[in-house]
Ligand binder design. Structure first.
Ligand SMILES: [Zn+2]
Length: 132
């Protein structure tokens, strides 16, 4: 009985360590993304540290490569992803549901598709499967 409990306890500790490591890893990723993307748009004033950004997946080269593929999918390479990424580029998006992701402008087919991407664009784009 004691052995069993010890085993359980060990398993739990291992689980906790893993979760902790993952938390640290994502914190580091976020930090890296912040430093890479803190190009001030208009004012060169520094943001106070208290204004922490929302927890979003950083946009990587991979994200941009995926966007380039999605861009080409509508027949024109113009940094406008006109096909709805929320529908795996299976249907046309519309101008009234736009999302800017770095240089790319994405059009979605409805509010739900847009919301899904707006929440965490890089994560959603990473999960997007583009068929050839
Ligand atoms: Zn859609």
């Amino acid at each position: 009985m004691t052995k069993l409990l010890q085993g359980l306890e060990q398993g739990r500790l291992l689980g906790m360590t893993k979760t902790f490591a993952m938390t640290i890893a994502s914190a580091l990723l976020l930090f890296a993304a912040c430093s890479a993307e803190s190009k001030p748009a208009t004012q060169p004033t520094e943001q106070p540290a208290a204004a922490a950004p929302a927890a979003m997946t950083p946009i990587t080269e991979e994200t941009l490569a995926k966007l380039a593929l999605a861009d080409a999918k509508d027949g024109k390479v113009d940094k406008l992803v006109h096909r709805c990424a929320g529908c795996a580029l299976g249907m046309d998006g519309e101008e009234k549901w736009p999302l800017q992701v770095q240089d790319y402008n994405m059009h979605f087919c409805n509010q739900a598709c847009l919301d899904r991407y707006a929440k965490d664009p890089a994560k959603a784009i990473a999960a997007l499967k583009i068929k050839n």
